[in-house]
Design a protein around this ligand. Structure first.
Ligand code: BG6
Length: 473
């Protein structure tokens, strides 16, 4: 079996990693605008500053790759590759600069009108992430983000504003990017928890409020346009037991349930799974979940399930003591000797994608979309300007082959949007040198470069993949 005729081939980005123009046309600062870059080569981590100090420091999101001013050129390149869909996010603080205003910033709304019109010119369907780690900073500072119930209403107002405005231009929506990072201590900032230390109860309460906000958006969106397709989005990190020791297998099941299954269960099935209820009880985590909340979660289930897939990892029952931990975006298990890793230590596992698609589909049986996948790598520009990224082509080829096999297994996979289809700022490190794109952007980790775009070898290759609907790899 091959890819369905109307398969949605495309690419994905997020506003904070490419737009720049961080304080133009009325935009407020988002939490991402407070990140200074780290560096893998210098072994430094990203830094989060409560006060932005542009005199002294470089903040990569402030300029991004300047797509706020260059989106027409970028969209023309996506169209040249034949994109059917383009996944992008709306910068919340462009629409509501502080997050708690009642009326939106017209200039922000206008900007996205123009972006959607440009996409429509080429027949490219937008797929819009409403919140991609881009909480307005003010909401975190003043309300502790989603820990405060008022933030649910702010989000609802924001989402409803988008639905009303773009109801005839956008059909596919995602409520929150990688919502399951909210289950992890180091993922708490994305929910606006950065003013102090927070208890586990508070972190899960904030996540619960994010679930409610998502459900409210789904309900409101379907009322505004019943044709809307509103989905969830998870960071799916597939886990294998490191050995067949039953202890490792059991540990894998437990970690997998909490990280990979929990949030999907709430958003697709509309209820908390039994294992999380027990986890809360056993650990004295007291999340307030009312009867009204339960009804809302049931009413606000999503239409389809999307996820990012970059790697798999291995789990053991002595994870804490191990020194063979793998690299990963906020999550690290232990290494798998059968897999190779990327320049950033992420384990590359194409067959794992087929396994993952089947794992998710057998649990939910709703349409699936892989909305992030790709290889972050150092690229070299040759003297003649060409970029021969055969390693990236090979990565995609192997993953596409496995997606096709999953479709043949019976999985209802409707689209594929490789991450960072144009080079952009890394979310994990703030680096520019961690490149994912089919399109090269002349910019380095310190902010030097012309920002000019050029086509990599993978650009021509992906074009032929789309043209042949996945046949010509
Ligand atoms: C996902 C995010 O976690 O992974 C993206 O949704 C991110 O925003 C991507 O860019 C890749 O991670 P990184 O750290 O390589 O940018």
């Amino acid at each position: 079996m091959s890819f369905p005729k109307n398969f949605l081939w495309g690419g994905a980005t997020a506003a904070n990693q490419c737009e720049g123009a961080w304080n133009e046309d009325g935009k407020g600062d988002s939490i991402c605008d407070h990140n200074r870059a780290g560096s893998r080569t210098a072994n430094t981590h990203r830094t989060f500053d409560l006060e932005i100090d542009t005199d002294q420091y470089y903040y990569p999101s402030h300029t991004g790759i300047d797509s706020y001013h260059r989106y027409k050129e970028d969209i023309a390149l996506f169209a040249e590759m034949g994109f059917k869909v383009y996944r992008m996010s709306i910068a919340w603080s462009r629409i509501f600069p502080n997050g708690d205003e009642e009326t939106p910033n017209e200039a922000g709304l206008q900007f996205y009108d123009e972006v959607f019109d440009e996409l429509a010119k080429y027949g490219i369907e937008p797929l819009v992430t409403i919140s991609h780690f881009e909480l307005p900073f003010h909401l975190g500072k003043t309300y502790d983000g989603f820990l405060d119930k008022r933030t649910i209403s702010f989000y609802e107002n924001y989402a409803t504003t988008l639905f009303e405005r773009y109801k005839d231009k956008v059909k596919y929506w995602l409520t929150f990017n990688e919502i399951n990072f909210g289950t992890m201590d180091h993922g708490k900032r994305i929910n606006g928890l950065f003013n102090r230390e927070y208890t586990e109860t508070e972190q899960y309460q904030a996540l619960h409020n994010v679930f409610l906000a998502s459900a409210k958006a789904v309900v409101a969106g379907h009322k505004i346009n019943p044709d809307f397709k509103i989905g969830c989005m998870l960071a799916y990190i597939t886990m294998y037991p490191k050995t067949c020791r039953p202890e490792d297998v059991l540990k894998t099941q437990q970690i997998n349930e909490k990280f990979n299954f929990f949030c999907g269960d709430v958003q697709v099935k509309g209820q908390y799974p039994y294992f999380m209820k027990r986890y809360f009880e056993k650990n004295n985590i007291q999340v307030e979940i009312t009867e009204e909340d339960k009804a809302l979660l049931k009413a606000g289930t999503v239409d389809y399930y999307t996820f990012s897939y970059y790697m798999t990892t291995c789990i053991t029952d002595d994870l804490e003591k191990r020194n063979d931990k793998t690299g990963g975006n906020l999550f690290g298990g232990v290494s798998n000797e059968y897999l190779e890793t990327s320049d950033w230590g992420w384990q590359i596992d194409p067959i794992g994608l087929r396994y993952t698609l089947n794992q998710i589909y057998s649990r939910y049986e709703v349409p699936l979309m892989v909305v992030e996948n790709g290889l972050g790598a150092f690229d070299e520009v040759e003297a003649n300007g060409s970029i021969n990224d055969d390693y990236r082509i090979d990565y995609f080829k192997q993953h596409i082959i496995e997606m096709e096999k999953a479709i043949d297994d019976g999985v209802d996979l409707i689209g594929y949007t490789p991450w960072g289809c144009i080079d952009l700022i890394s979310a994990g490190t703030g680096e520019m040198s961690k490149r994912y794109g089919f399109i090269y952007v002349d910019r380095d980790d310190e902010g030097n470069g012309t920002l000019d775009r050029s086509r990599k070898k993978s650009f021509y290759w992906y074009k032929q993949v789309i043209e042949s609907n996945g046949e010509n790899l």
